[in-house]
Design a binder for this molecule. Structure first.
Ligand code: SAM
Ligand code: SF4
Length: 344
């Protein structure tokens, strides 16, 4: 098993990752791989995307080194994502290594976003390795819709993965659902009932322009407003205060204790409170999901760069962060990489 290496960052660089707009970055999202066992229409085309060159995928030691430097710069939470993070052969090792890194508030809090297909085998080992929280993607409870949406007939495997996560003792478990017109917008209340019955926290996400096929269109998108209206047909929702940097607006369902979240990235962006920075599986640092530029951390790591060089690049990347994603601005351009290659 990989142990996190001790990092050596000079005192003058051991400062928080603050951008020009005063936002302090504490959350690092790391894509463990760009490959996936599903082909969700809002993310990948049917034939997949040209995969990243395998030799450029960061090794576990490199990932742990970057996380160690990030922790020295005030990162306290690491979310592992992808592609499908559990397709990385050493995903459990990565979790164990990350969870052993000391941040300023104690060990890094390590969480993961997954499609659950490999959880029946891995939920227990992940929990033992120190994974703190799980977010599982589930957009539909109908087998035919799942097969059309993900282009794979694997709803039963996903549901089995959710059961395995519950059995392994993960709590809270969040479910992520992207609402899509004419696809699953008639089962939003069914999804919420499913979550409430199992003690899971469902979060609906507005679809973002991050699909490889560039099929996103604003009028087609189901808005957070529409999602809330649909849910209120069946449930009483009471807004919870104190959102902080969290992207989800949260509501008590029928007086609680269950809650539901809505992530209105498009219609009500939360860029002003954003505390996230992203690392792609091939070692590119991005200061925004929608960023059009990347900082080449892989180059620094593989050309003998020191921990100070890594820290400097992180500071420079954050310093250049724009105030917002600009989806609603006339000149908006979708990033070149699809969500699967950025890491959601
Ligand atoms: N494969 C894992 C999964 O699906 O959970 C992790 C990676 S996936 C890119 C992370 C999250 O991004 C998923 O919850 C997925 O639903 C979401 N996502 C992907 N494309 C999206 C889009 N265009 N708009 C909004 N959310 C998207
Ligand atoms: Fe795979 Fe996740 Fe993208 Fe679906 S959303 S294709 S599961 S990476």
């Amino acid at each position: 098993m990989s142990a996190a290496p001790a990092v050596q960052v000079s005192d003058e660089l051991r400062t928080p990752l603050v951008d020009r707009h005063g936002r302090v970055h504490r959350d690092l999202r790391i894509s463990l791989t760009d490959v996936c066992n599903l082909r969700c229409t809002y993310c990948m085309p049917a034939e997949g995307v040209p995969w990243l060159a395998r030799e450029n995928i960061l090794t576990t030691d490199e990932l742990l080194r970057v996380a160690g430097v990030a922790a020295a710069l005030g990162i306290v939470e690491v979310r592992l994502t992808g592609g499908e993070p559990l397709l990385r052969a050493d995903a459990v090792d990565v979790v164990a290594g990350m969870a052993s890194i000391e941040g300023e508030d104690g060990p890094l809090e390590v969480s993961m976003t997954t499609n659950a297909l490999r959880l029946p085998q891995l939920a227990g080992p992940l929990r033992d390795a120190g994974l703190a929280r799980l977010n599982i993607s589930l957009d539909t409870l109908r087998r035919d819709v799942f097969a059309a949406l993900t282009r794979r007939d694997r709803l039963d495997d996903t549901l089995e993965g959710i059961d395995a996560a519950i059995a392994a003792g993960f709590a809270p478990i969040k479910l992520n659902a992207v609402a899509m017109r004419g696809v699953n917008d008639d089962e939003l209340t069914d999804l919420l009932r499913f979550a409430v019955e199992r003690g899971l926290e469902l979060r609906f996400i507005e679809q973002m322009p991050l699909d490889a096929g560039h099929i996103w269109s604003r009028p087609q998108m189901v808005t957070g407003e529409e999602i809330l209206e649909a849910l209120q047909q069946e449930f009483t929702l009471t807004e919870l205060p104190g959102r902080g940097a969290a992207p989800a607006e949260r509501f008590l369902v029928d007086g609680g204790p269950s809650t539901v979240g809505v992530i209105r990235s498009v219609t009500r962006p939360f860029c002003g409170a954003c505390d996230r920075v992203r690392l792609t599986a091939d070692g590119q640092l991005r200061n925004c999901l929608f960023s059009r530029t990347e900082s080449d951390l892989l180059g620094v790591l593989r050309s003998g760069g020191t921990d100070d060089d890594v820290a400097r690049l992180m500071h420079a990347c954050i310093a250049g962060k724009l105030p917002g994603h600009g989806i609603d601005e006339p000149g908006f351009l979708q990033p070149d990489r699809p969500m699967s290659a950025i890491g959601g």
